[in-house]
Design a protein around this ligand. Structure first.
Ligand code: GLU
Length: 276
C-alpha cells in the first residue's frame, strides 16, 4: 500500500490538512506500507518558497514521517507535457480562447446553462470552432488554455466507475464538471492532469483526500483510462468543520499548526483534537 499527502505550498498547514495527512499516513503505516509527500506547486502565482520547509517541519512536529524526498510538481512539467500531447494526438483536447468574462457573458445569455457541483460548465464555445479558425488563432498566437472534450472522452472510455472506502462504488458521470481545463494558459498544466500523472508515477495505490474532491475523481478516472494509467482505490475522508459548522479551509481563519504549536499545544493534543 502506498498513500500520499499532496499539499500546495501556498500557506501554513491548518488542522484540516493535518487530518488529511494523518489519514494517509496512518492508513499506510497500519499496513506496513509507504507514505509519500508531494508538493503541488504548479501554481506559481500562489506558491511561496518558505512554505515548503514550513510544511515539512510542521508534519515532523506532528510526528509524521514520509518515505524518500518530497516530489515537487514543478520538477515534473515534461511528464505533464507528454500526457497532454498524447491526449491532443487523439483529438481529446481543444484550445479555448475565451476570457473569463466572455464565458460569464455566454452563460448569462444561455437559457439553460448546464451546472455541476462546482458551478456552471464551460459553455463549449471553442469546441464548436471550425478547424480553420482554430488553426488561424493558434498560428496568430492568441492566448489559450486546453480543455478536455468530455463528450468525446466518454465515447472512447465507455462507462467507468471507481471505488471509495466510505462512499462505495460510484459510476463516473463524464460530464459532471464539463470540459475541464487540463492546461491553464499561464502554467500549461492543471491540478487534474498533474495529480493523475503523479499518482501513477509515485505508484499510489490508495488516494486519501477530502471529500470536497469527490467530483474531481470523476475526471481523474477518465484521464487514467485515456492515458492507460492504473486505477487507485479512493478514500475521500470527511472534512473538518469549525465551531460554527463552517469547513476549515485556508480562507477562513482556521488555526494553523504553527499557531497551535506556539500556543503550547503538544502534538498529542493536536491529534486528540483531530479524533474528536
Ligand atoms: N493539492 C490538493 C490540495 O491541497 C490535494 C489534492 C489531492 O490530494 O488530490 O487540496
Amino acid at each position: 500500500m502506498r498513500t500520499r499527502f499532496a499539499p500546495s505550498p501556498t500557506g501554513y498547514l491548518h488542522l484540516g490538512h493535518a487530518y488529511s495527512a494523518l489519514v494517509g499516513h496512518d492508513l499506510a503505516r497500519s499496513r506496513g506500507g509507504s507514505f509519500l509527500l508531494r508538493f503541488e506547486d504548479i501554481d506559481h502565482t500562489r506558491v511561496r518558497p518558505e512554505y515548503y520547509e514550513a510544511i515539512e517541519s510542521d508534519l515532523r512536529w506532528l510526528g509524521l514521517d514520509w518515505d524518500g524526498e518530497a516530489l515537487r510538481q514543478t520538477d515534473r512539467l515534461p511528464a505533464y507535457r507528454r500526457a497532454l500531447e498524447a491526449l491532443r494526438g487523439r483529438d481529446l483536447l481543444y484550445p479555448c480562447f475565451c476570457t473569463r468574462r466572455e464565458i460569464r457573458e455566454e452563460i448569462a445569455r444561455m437559457a439553460h446553462a448546464p451546472h455541476g457541483p462546482e458551478g456552471p460548465h464551460y459553455p463549449g464555445t471553442c469546441r464548436r470552432l471550425g478547424a480553420p479558425e482554430r488553426e488561424r488563432r493558434l498560428a496568430a498566437g492568441h492566448d489559450h488554455c486546453w480543455r478536455l472534450a468530455a463528450g468525446r472522452a466518454a465515447e472512447l472510455t465507455g462507462p467507468l466507475r471507481f471505488t471509495d472506502t466510505r462512499h462505495g462504488t460510484i459510476d463516473v458521470a463524464p460530464d459532471l464538471l464539463g470540459d475541464v481545463v487540463l492546461a491553464r494558459r499561464d502554467i500549461q498544466t492543471s491540478y487534474h492532469l498533474a495529480v493523475v500523472v503523479d499518482d501513477a508515477y509515485q505508484e499510489i495505490t490508495d488516494v486519501t483526500r477530502g471529500e470536497d474532491l469527490l467530483p474531481s475523481t470523476h475526471v481523474h478516472r477518465i484521464l487514467q483510462e485515456l492515458l492507460g494509467l492504473p486505477e487507485p482505490r479512493y478514500h475521500h475522508h470527511r472534512l473538518l468543520t469549525g465551531d460554527d459548522g463552517e469547513r476549515l479551509a485556508k480562507r477562513t481563519e482556521a488555526p494553523t499548526l504553527r499557531d497551535l504549536r506556539v500556543a503550547g499545544e503538544s502534538p498529542a493534543q493536536v491529534r486528540a483534537l483531530l479524533d474528536a
